[in-house]
Design a protein around this ligand. Structure first.
Ligand code: FES
Length: 167
């Protein structure tokens, strides 16, 4: 049996059920993305047990739900760390030693891309472009950008976040 509390998901689904977002007793597929966003906001990620419940409740096939989740980078199937570090692997960053930045983050955190540290503080991701190529090489921690990075700076920046000096 599941260890995940389904109550928050039930509340979200009931709210939607009572709104105009459903037809013939089924939640309209068009509301799947906002529904998943609400669930992720509530749980911090999208637990599989909850998704199964959503599928049964809504009549939307589980495979379709997973299709949406894997298409959009905003959705997470695993619990995320308190802070998310996104390192750019795009071309502009790559030619400015971006791989070294990424390797250093991995070394400092002792996790691979896509993983969360054992203490739950950091999740490490790489992304195709952070949209700030003029800052290359660049990484983000939560919503803060760090540009023109050198690998020597990484551990100091991470330490600052770990100690809670910056959100
Ligand atoms: S390629 Fe790195 S920010 Fe665009």
């Amino acid at each position: 049996m599941t260890g995940v509390n389904l109550d928050p998901a039930k509340n979200i689904l009931t709210r939607i059920e009572m709104s105009e977002k459903q037809t013939n007793g089924k939640i309209k597929a068009a509301y799947l993305i906002p529904l998943l966003q609400d669930i992720q906001e509530s749980y911090g990620y999208l637990p599989r047990e909850v998704l199964e419940y959503v599928s049964n409740f809504s009549g939307i096939a589980l495979s379709r739900i997973f299709g949406v989740i894997t298409f959009y980078e905003q959705f997470y199937l695993e619990p995320q760390g308190k802070h998310t570090i996104k390192c750019c692997r795009g071309t502009a960053c790559h030619v400015k030693n971006g791989q070294k930045i990424s390797d250093t983050i991995s070394e400092v955190l002792k996790v691979n891309e896509g993983e969360t540290t054992d203490d739950g503080v950091f999740t490490f991701e790489t992304v195709a472009c952070l949209g700030t190529c003029f800052l290359a090489p660049v990484m983000m921690i939560d919503d803060e950008y760090f540009g023109n990075l050198t690998s020597n700076e990484i551990s100091k920046i991470i330490k600052r976040y770990k100690e809670g000096g910056t959100r």
